[in-house]
Design a protein around this ligand. Structure first.
Ligand code: PAF
Length: 273
Protein backbone atom coordinates (compact mmCIF):
# COMPACT_ATOMS: atom_id res chain seq x y z
CA UNK A 1 0.00 0.00 0.00
CA UNK A 2 1.30 3.43 -0.97
CA UNK A 3 0.81 6.27 1.53
CA UNK A 4 0.77 9.75 0.00
CA UNK A 5 0.12 13.06 1.75
CA UNK A 6 0.63 15.57 -1.05
CA UNK A 7 -2.35 16.20 -3.37
CA UNK A 8 -0.07 16.93 -6.32
CA UNK A 9 1.97 13.80 -5.72
CA UNK A 10 -1.22 11.73 -5.57
CA UNK A 11 -2.50 13.30 -8.81
CA UNK A 12 0.82 12.49 -10.46
CA UNK A 13 0.79 8.91 -9.16
CA UNK A 14 -2.76 8.26 -10.44
CA UNK A 15 -2.25 10.01 -13.82
CA UNK A 16 -2.38 7.79 -16.91
CA UNK A 17 -2.94 4.66 -14.80
CA UNK A 18 -5.82 3.68 -17.08
CA UNK A 19 -7.48 1.81 -14.20
CA UNK A 20 -10.92 2.15 -12.68
CA UNK A 21 -10.50 3.87 -9.31
CA UNK A 22 -12.83 3.38 -6.35
CA UNK A 23 -12.53 6.12 -3.74
CA UNK A 24 -13.56 5.97 -0.08
CA UNK A 25 -13.20 9.30 1.76
CA UNK A 26 -13.07 9.00 5.58
CA UNK A 27 -12.13 10.99 8.64
CA UNK A 28 -10.35 7.98 10.14
CA UNK A 29 -11.23 5.94 13.25
CA UNK A 30 -12.17 3.21 10.78
CA UNK A 31 -14.85 0.66 11.75
CA UNK A 32 -16.76 -2.11 9.97
CA UNK A 33 -18.94 0.49 8.24
CA UNK A 34 -15.86 1.94 6.50
CA UNK A 35 -14.59 -1.57 5.80
CA UNK A 36 -17.80 -2.44 3.96
CA UNK A 37 -17.34 0.70 1.78
CA UNK A 38 -13.76 -0.32 1.03
CA UNK A 39 -14.74 -3.93 0.23
CA UNK A 40 -17.44 -2.75 -2.17
CA UNK A 41 -14.95 -0.38 -3.82
CA UNK A 42 -12.49 -3.28 -4.18
CA UNK A 43 -15.09 -5.48 -5.84
CA UNK A 44 -16.05 -2.83 -8.36
CA UNK A 45 -12.67 -1.27 -9.27
CA UNK A 46 -9.07 -2.05 -10.24
CA UNK A 47 -7.58 0.26 -7.61
CA UNK A 48 -8.94 1.52 -4.27
CA UNK A 49 -7.93 4.88 -2.83
CA UNK A 50 -8.92 5.70 0.77
CA UNK A 51 -8.43 9.15 2.28
CA UNK A 52 -8.08 9.85 5.98
CA UNK A 53 -8.54 13.53 6.68
CA UNK A 54 -10.16 14.98 9.77
CA UNK A 55 -11.79 17.90 8.01
CA UNK A 56 -11.92 20.96 10.29
CA UNK A 57 -14.37 22.94 8.15
CA UNK A 58 -17.28 20.56 8.76
CA UNK A 59 -17.11 21.06 12.54
CA UNK A 60 -19.20 23.98 13.78
CA UNK A 61 -17.86 26.53 16.28
CA UNK A 62 -19.30 24.79 19.35
CA UNK A 63 -18.12 21.31 18.25
CA UNK A 64 -14.96 19.79 19.62
CA UNK A 65 -12.74 18.77 16.72
CA UNK A 66 -9.94 17.84 19.16
CA UNK A 67 -12.12 15.20 20.79
CA UNK A 68 -12.78 13.33 17.53
CA UNK A 69 -11.24 9.83 17.84
CA UNK A 70 -7.84 9.53 16.13
CA UNK A 71 -6.45 6.08 15.35
CA UNK A 72 -3.93 6.76 12.61
CA UNK A 73 -1.68 3.72 13.09
CA UNK A 74 -4.60 1.27 13.49
CA UNK A 75 -6.29 2.82 10.44
CA UNK A 76 -3.16 2.38 8.30
CA UNK A 77 -2.94 -1.23 9.42
CA UNK A 78 -6.61 -1.91 8.55
CA UNK A 79 -6.19 -0.34 5.11
CA UNK A 80 -3.10 -2.41 4.41
CA UNK A 81 -4.78 -5.63 5.55
CA UNK A 82 -7.85 -5.21 3.35
CA UNK A 83 -5.89 -4.39 0.23
CA UNK A 84 -6.22 -0.62 -0.18
CA UNK A 85 -3.93 0.44 -3.04
CA UNK A 86 -3.32 4.05 -2.00
CA UNK A 87 -3.90 5.75 1.34
CA UNK A 88 -4.19 9.52 0.98
CA UNK A 89 -3.23 11.06 4.30
CA UNK A 90 -2.98 14.84 3.90
CA UNK A 91 -2.40 17.51 6.55
CA UNK A 92 -4.70 20.56 6.85
CA UNK A 93 -2.12 22.73 5.05
CA UNK A 94 -2.17 20.33 2.08
CA UNK A 95 -5.92 20.82 1.63
CA UNK A 96 -6.71 24.40 2.70
CA UNK A 97 -5.21 27.84 2.12
CA UNK A 98 -5.93 31.00 4.14
CA UNK A 99 -8.11 32.69 1.55
CA UNK A 100 -10.37 30.12 -0.05
CA UNK A 101 -12.92 29.99 -2.87
CA UNK A 102 -16.08 28.82 -1.12
CA UNK A 103 -18.70 26.26 -1.95
CA UNK A 104 -22.04 26.62 -0.16
CA UNK A 105 -24.59 23.94 0.63
CA UNK A 106 -27.96 24.47 -1.08
CA UNK A 107 -30.13 26.97 0.85
CA UNK A 108 -32.98 24.54 1.55
CA UNK A 109 -31.68 20.99 1.60
CA UNK A 110 -28.44 22.01 3.32
CA UNK A 111 -30.22 23.68 6.24
CA UNK A 112 -32.84 21.15 7.28
CA UNK A 113 -32.38 18.15 9.62
CA UNK A 114 -28.68 17.93 10.50
CA UNK A 115 -28.12 21.34 8.85
CA UNK A 116 -30.72 23.07 11.04
CA UNK A 117 -28.59 22.71 14.18
CA UNK A 118 -25.17 22.56 12.42
CA UNK A 119 -25.50 25.46 9.96
CA UNK A 120 -21.98 25.43 8.48
CA UNK A 121 -21.57 21.65 8.52
CA UNK A 122 -22.55 20.81 4.96
CA UNK A 123 -20.57 23.74 3.49
CA UNK A 124 -17.52 22.05 4.98
CA UNK A 125 -18.50 18.54 3.87
CA UNK A 126 -19.19 19.59 0.27
CA UNK A 127 -16.03 21.69 0.08
CA UNK A 128 -13.75 18.91 1.23
CA UNK A 129 -15.49 16.20 -0.81
CA UNK A 130 -15.20 18.33 -3.93
CA UNK A 131 -11.50 18.90 -3.28
CA UNK A 132 -10.90 15.20 -2.62
CA UNK A 133 -12.82 14.15 -5.75
CA UNK A 134 -10.81 16.65 -7.82
CA UNK A 135 -7.54 15.27 -6.45
CA UNK A 136 -8.38 11.56 -6.86
CA UNK A 137 -10.68 11.82 -9.93
CA UNK A 138 -12.16 8.40 -9.16
CA UNK A 139 -14.48 6.37 -11.35
CA UNK A 140 -16.76 5.71 -8.37
CA UNK A 141 -16.89 7.16 -4.83
CA UNK A 142 -18.50 5.34 -1.92
CA UNK A 143 -20.65 6.84 0.87
CA UNK A 144 -22.74 5.22 3.61
CA UNK A 145 -26.53 5.43 3.62
CA UNK A 146 -26.37 6.13 7.37
CA UNK A 147 -25.38 9.73 6.58
CA UNK A 148 -28.33 10.00 4.23
CA UNK A 149 -28.42 13.80 4.05
CA UNK A 150 -24.68 13.96 3.34
CA UNK A 151 -25.12 11.34 0.61
CA UNK A 152 -28.05 13.27 -0.88
CA UNK A 153 -26.14 16.59 -0.92
CA UNK A 154 -22.99 15.04 -2.39
CA UNK A 155 -25.07 13.42 -5.15
CA UNK A 156 -26.70 16.80 -5.77
CA UNK A 157 -23.30 18.54 -5.93
CA UNK A 158 -21.98 15.97 -8.42
CA UNK A 159 -25.08 16.45 -10.61
CA UNK A 160 -25.22 20.26 -10.37
CA UNK A 161 -21.47 20.77 -10.95
CA UNK A 162 -21.47 18.23 -13.82
CA UNK A 163 -18.77 16.16 -12.15
CA UNK A 164 -18.06 12.82 -13.80
CA UNK A 165 -17.74 10.54 -10.75
CA UNK A 166 -20.43 7.95 -9.95
CA UNK A 167 -21.64 8.10 -6.34
CA UNK A 168 -22.33 4.66 -4.84
CA UNK A 169 -24.59 4.40 -1.76
CA UNK A 170 -23.68 1.59 0.65
CA UNK A 171 -25.97 0.00 3.26
CA UNK A 172 -25.54 0.79 6.95
CA UNK A 173 -23.61 -1.75 9.02
CA UNK A 174 -25.06 -2.55 12.46
CA UNK A 175 -23.92 -4.24 15.65
CA UNK A 176 -25.73 -7.53 16.32
CA UNK A 177 -28.13 -5.65 18.68
CA UNK A 178 -29.09 -3.15 15.97
CA UNK A 179 -26.94 -0.11 16.82
CA UNK A 180 -25.67 1.50 13.62
CA UNK A 181 -21.86 1.69 13.52
CA UNK A 182 -20.46 5.19 13.97
CA UNK A 183 -17.11 6.64 14.98
CA UNK A 184 -19.07 8.51 17.65
CA UNK A 185 -20.27 5.32 19.41
CA UNK A 186 -16.99 5.26 21.38
CA UNK A 187 -18.17 8.37 23.28
CA UNK A 188 -21.10 6.42 24.83
CA UNK A 189 -21.02 5.09 28.40
CA UNK A 190 -22.43 1.59 28.98
CA UNK A 191 -25.78 3.08 30.05
CA UNK A 192 -25.84 5.50 27.08
CA UNK A 193 -25.05 2.68 24.66
CA UNK A 194 -28.03 0.77 26.06
CA UNK A 195 -30.24 3.88 25.62
CA UNK A 196 -28.97 4.22 22.04
CA UNK A 197 -30.70 0.95 21.14
CA UNK A 198 -33.96 2.91 21.20
CA UNK A 199 -32.89 4.46 17.89
CA UNK A 200 -32.84 1.23 15.86
CA UNK A 201 -35.88 0.02 17.88
CA UNK A 202 -37.84 3.11 16.76
CA UNK A 203 -36.92 2.46 13.11
CA UNK A 204 -37.82 -1.19 13.54
CA UNK A 205 -41.26 -0.19 14.90
CA UNK A 206 -41.73 2.03 11.83
CA UNK A 207 -40.82 -0.90 9.56
CA UNK A 208 -43.38 -3.11 11.30
CA UNK A 209 -46.13 -0.51 10.90
CA UNK A 210 -45.34 -0.18 7.19
CA UNK A 211 -45.41 -3.99 6.82
CA UNK A 212 -48.96 -3.82 8.29
CA UNK A 213 -49.84 -1.21 5.67
CA UNK A 214 -49.95 1.67 8.17
CA UNK A 215 -48.37 4.30 5.93
CA UNK A 216 -49.48 7.59 7.51
CA UNK A 217 -46.39 9.64 8.45
CA UNK A 218 -47.96 11.25 11.55
CA UNK A 219 -48.99 7.89 12.99
CA UNK A 220 -45.55 6.41 12.33
CA UNK A 221 -43.58 9.34 13.77
CA UNK A 222 -45.85 9.41 16.86
CA UNK A 223 -45.09 5.74 17.54
CA UNK A 224 -41.37 6.27 16.90
CA UNK A 225 -41.24 9.17 19.37
CA UNK A 226 -42.90 6.94 22.00
CA UNK A 227 -40.21 4.30 21.45
CA UNK A 228 -37.45 6.95 21.61
CA UNK A 229 -38.78 8.56 24.81
CA UNK A 230 -37.18 9.94 27.02
CA UNK A 231 -34.20 10.58 24.71
CA UNK A 232 -33.61 14.14 23.46
CA UNK A 233 -34.93 14.03 19.88
CA UNK A 234 -33.52 16.40 17.23
CA UNK A 235 -35.81 15.07 14.52
CA UNK A 236 -37.89 12.13 13.32
CA UNK A 237 -38.75 12.68 9.66
CA UNK A 238 -40.34 10.73 6.84
CA UNK A 239 -39.01 11.99 3.52
CA UNK A 240 -38.78 10.91 -0.07
CA UNK A 241 -35.42 10.16 -1.68
CA UNK A 242 -35.19 13.84 -2.75
CA UNK A 243 -35.53 14.85 0.90
CA UNK A 244 -39.05 16.23 0.58
CA UNK A 245 -41.68 15.66 3.31
CA UNK A 246 -44.08 12.77 2.74
CA UNK A 247 -47.50 12.57 4.38
CA UNK A 248 -47.60 8.85 3.51
CA UNK A 249 -44.78 6.35 3.16
CA UNK A 250 -44.17 5.56 -0.52
CA UNK A 251 -42.59 2.14 -0.81
CA UNK A 252 -39.39 2.36 -2.88
CA UNK A 253 -39.10 6.13 -2.39
CA UNK A 254 -38.91 6.74 1.37
CA UNK A 255 -36.25 7.38 3.99
CA UNK A 256 -37.22 7.51 7.67
CA UNK A 257 -34.60 9.49 9.57
CA UNK A 258 -33.90 9.94 13.28
CA UNK A 259 -31.36 12.02 15.16
CA UNK A 260 -31.11 12.09 18.96
CA UNK A 261 -28.66 13.36 21.55
CA UNK A 262 -27.52 10.96 24.22
CA UNK A 263 -25.41 12.65 26.89
CA UNK A 264 -23.28 14.91 24.70
CA UNK A 265 -23.29 12.61 21.67
CA UNK A 266 -25.45 13.13 18.58
CA UNK A 267 -26.45 9.89 16.92
CA UNK A 268 -28.30 9.48 13.67
CA UNK A 269 -29.80 6.54 11.84
CA UNK A 270 -32.37 5.82 9.13
CA UNK A 271 -34.10 3.17 7.10
CA UNK A 272 -34.75 3.20 3.37
CA UNK A 273 -38.14 1.74 2.43
O1 PAF B 1 -18.63 10.95 6.33
C1 PAF B 1 -17.48 11.37 6.61
O2 PAF B 1 -16.67 10.67 7.23
C2 PAF B 1 -17.08 12.78 6.21
O3 PAF B 1 -18.15 13.64 6.27
C3 PAF B 1 -16.42 12.82 4.82
C4 PAF B 1 -17.38 12.41 3.72
C5 PAF B 1 -15.19 11.94 4.79
C6 PAF B 1 -15.96 14.26 4.51
O4 PAF B 1 -15.04 14.72 5.46
Amino acid sequence: MKIISSPLELKKYLKNKNLSIGFVPTMGALHDGHISLIKKAKKQNDLVVVSIFLNPTQFCKNEDLDKYPKKDEADKHICKLIGVGVLFFPQIKDIYEDDEVSLMAPKIRGYVLEGSTRPSHFNGVLTVVQKLLNIVTPTKAYFGKKDAQQLNLISLMVKQLFMSVEIVAVDTVRESDGLALSSRNCYLSTKERQDALKISASLHSAGIMVSKNILNSDEITKKMKEVLSPLEIFYVEILNRDFEQLSQVEIGNTIILVEVKIGTTRLLDNIWL
